[in-house]
Design a protein around this ligand. Structure first.
Ligand code: FPP
Length: 246
């Protein structure tokens, strides 16, 4: 398998974002540009997941979160939804060993039970296989919505309060963050959106509070390792103040 190029020498390897999240947009437009079907566009997009995962690993990124299927994506035509899940299943089967060999762990955020059974099983198998890996987490958001994640956290906290395990006044930002899908990755440093749209689309609403945002016109299937390195260079040129003064 083709190797990704080593990190761009302009990158300061001491200040690499620990958590990168990506809204992978533009598969449909890429397909149109290349005279292909939407399904082929999504296939090209799925192939690119491996490339970007490996580039992140080269950089020493700790977590990469990918928006693969939103709670709103069910509104697409049934055929496209079926194609997407077939593809996600295939990607899980094909990449499981590759991810495993490189010590990458697969995680999931969203409602897995709402997925077609075979796709959910393939995701679970890949998570089981890679569960002890330590170098990096790839977190796929499938059947995920940021508001739904916050409602789930609120319900869990309300349930604990009703049982008398926590007092309402003890609920803090930290306790809420602990009830998100993947609490250990509750801060995003760099949020990338491909294909130019200036929207958050209900993605990681809590976790992106202080993320640096990079929007690139590049369509997701064309977003290669160098494009990722360029986004990290842009991130490193920013002055992160977290609401304070420099
Ligand atoms: C957006 O393109 C892309 C999606 C809705 C699906 C993204 C899913 C993948 C790339 C497969 C994921 C696979 C794994 C292994 C995580 P679009 O259809 O909205 O493009 P358009 O806006 O140009 O029409």
């Amino acid at each position: 398998m083709e190797k990704v190029p080593p990190p761009d020498s302009r990158i300061d390897m001491e200040r690499v974002p620990a958590h990168i999240a990506i809204i992978m947009d533009g598969n449909g437009r890429w397909a149109k540009q290349h005279g292909k079907t939407r399904s082929q566009g999504h296939e090209a997009g799925a192939r690119n997941v491996r490339v970007v995962t490996e580039a992140c690993r080269e950089l020493g990124v700790r977590a990469l979160t990918l928006f693969a299927f939103s709670t709103e994506n069910w509104n697409r035509p049934q055929k496209e939804v079926d194609d997407l899940f077939r593809l996600i299943s295939r990607a899980m089967q094909q990449y499981a060993n590759r991810i495993h060999e490189t010590d990458v762990r697969l995680r999931h955020l969203g409602d897995l039970d709402g997925l077609p059974k075979s796709a959910a099983n393939d995701v679970r198998k890949c998570m089981d296989l890679t569960s002890d890996n330590k170098t990096m987490d790839v977190c796929v958001a499938l059947n995920y919505g940021g508001r739904a994640e916050l409602v789930r956290a609120a319900r869990r906290l309300a349930d604990e309060a009703a049982r008398g395990n926590i007092a309402p006044e003890d609920i803090t930002e930290d306790t809420l963050a602990q009830h998100l899908y993947l609490p250990e990755h509750s801060e995003v440093d760099l949020l990338i959106r491909t294909s130019g749209e200036l929207r958050i689309s209900n993605f990681m609403l809590w976790q992106i509070s202080y993320a640096e945002i990079v929007v690139t016109p590049t369509l997701w299937p064309d977003f290669d390792a160098q494009a990722l390195y360029d986004a990290v260079i842009a991130y490193q040129s920013r002055d992160r103040r977290f609401g304070g003064r420099p």
